[in-house]
Design a protein around this ligand. Sequence first.
Ligand code: CS2
Length: 502
Amino acid sequence: MGDRSQPVSAENLSPALLGRLPSEVRKPAYDRTALRPGIAHIGVGAFHRCHQAEYTDDLLAKDFDRWGLVGINIRPPLLADTLGRQDGLYTRLIRQNDEVEARIVGSIMRVVDSQDNAAPALDVLASPEIEMVTMTVTEKGYCHIPSSGALDLDHPDIVHDLANPQTPRSVPGILARALELRMATHGRPVTLLSCDNVPTNGTILGNVVRTFAERRGGKLADWIEANVAFPSAMVDRIAPAPTAADIDTVEQRFGYRDGAVVVGERFRQWVIENRFAGRVPRWDLVGASFVDDVTPFEHLKMRVLNGAQTTLSYLGVLGGFEHTFEAIADPLLADFVRRMLTEETLPTLMPVPGISPTAYVEQSLSRLTNTAIRHRNHQIATDGSQKIVQRLLNPIRDRLAKGGGIELLSVPVASWMAYLIKASARFGRAWQVSDPFAERIATIADRIGSNSKLLADAILGIDAVFDPSLAANAMFRAHVVADLDGLLSNDPIGFVRQVCSG
Ligand code: CS2
C-alpha cells in the first residue's frame, strides 16, 4: 500500500499481471486455464460485470465446474478493445462513500463482438456446451409492447428478422435462429434467463421468442416448448456506466490500468425462478435464491428501488440535480419519495418471504444516498417509456383497483412526460433525451404547445405505454394533467413542495 500514490508503472491488466497486483486486490481463486464454456451472456455492460459475472466468479471459486462465461455484445460497445485485450479480466470496485474495495473477476473466459453480423453470436449460442444463456439487453431489447408484453410485429428489427431469419438483428430473432440451429444439430436443451428489469421478464422473453418462432413456421415452436426454459428473475445492484474517472481511480489507488473497470454498490440480490432446462450453474450456493415464484420479489424491487430511482431521476433533472445521490440529498425530494413509497406503493405489494417492506424502503433509500455511486439522472431517465409500466403504472393500476389514492405516484408519471416535453424544440432543448417515444412526444409538444391538458391527453393516448383502461381512468387523468401543469411551470420543485404539503 506504501506506493499507492506513486504507481510503479501503469501496466494494463492481464493474466500475467495478476501475480504482481497489490495483495489488497482480490484475485480469482481458481485456475482460469481450466475454464470451459458453459454460460453465454448477451450484453456485457456494467451491470453484467457487476452482477451475473461476479456471482459466477464466486461459484467457480466455491465449487469449480464447467461454467466459464462467453460474453457477447450484439450492440456497441466493442468488447475486443477492453475486455478482449485483458483476456476477459476486469476490476470490480465496490464503492460505499469513502470506501473502495477492488476485486478482479475472472469468470469471463472469452468475448465475442457480433454487432454488425449475428454469425459470431449464433456460433456461441448454438454450440452444445452452452447450457445457460443469460442476458442484459435493456428493456427495449425484447422488442415487446410495454403495456401488453406482446412482441411488437411492427418493430423495424422484427420486420427485418422475419424477412431475413438467417441474418437476424434483434434479440428475439437471434435467439430464435440460435434455437433453430440447436434443434437442427445436437438438439440439447437450454435455459434462456433474462436479467433485465422487465416485468415477468421470463414470460415476456418466452412470449417474444415463441411468437417469432410461430411466425417462422415449421417445427421450431414445438421444439422450443419441449427443450427451452424461460425462468423469470429479479436482479439487483446499482452499477452506473463507468467513466474515465473510474479508470483513473484504479490506476491511482492500485497502480494498474483497466479499461473495463466497473463500479457498484455493496448490495446485490438475485432471485431466480426454479424452472430450468438442462444443467444449471449453482448460483444458489453463492447467494442467489432459486424460488418457485419471483413475482413478489420483482414487484418489491421494481416498484420500490427502481420506482424511487425513476422518480428521483425525472424530478432530479427538472430540479437541476445531476446524480441520484444529489437529488435524494434534497430533503424535499427525499421526503416526497419516502411518502410515495410508503403511502401508495407499499399497499400494492404482496408479502415477500423474509423481507419487511418498510425496512426495504429505508434500505433502498439509503442505498441511493451513496455518494460514490455517481449514477446520472439522465442515465436512469433513458428509455422511460420502457420502464414506467413496471415501476409506476402497475402500482397505480393496483392502487386504483383497491380504491386507493394515487396523488403521489402520478407525479413521476407526469414528470416523465415533462422531461420529454421540455426536451422538445418548443422548449429550447435544454437536454438530450433517449427514449423510443421521444420523437413522438416531441412532435406532440411542437403541435400542441403548452396546454397541459391537451399534452397529457395526447401522451396518455400512446397505448403501447398506457393501457387504454388505465388511460381512461378519470382520477388518473385528472392527477396527471394537474401534475404536468405544475411540473411544466417555472418552478417544478415548488410544485412538488405543494404536493407534499397538500
Ligand atoms: C436503473 C437500474 O438505469 C436504470 O434504469 O434504475 O439500472 C438500477 O440501477 C438497477 O435495476 C439496480 O438493480
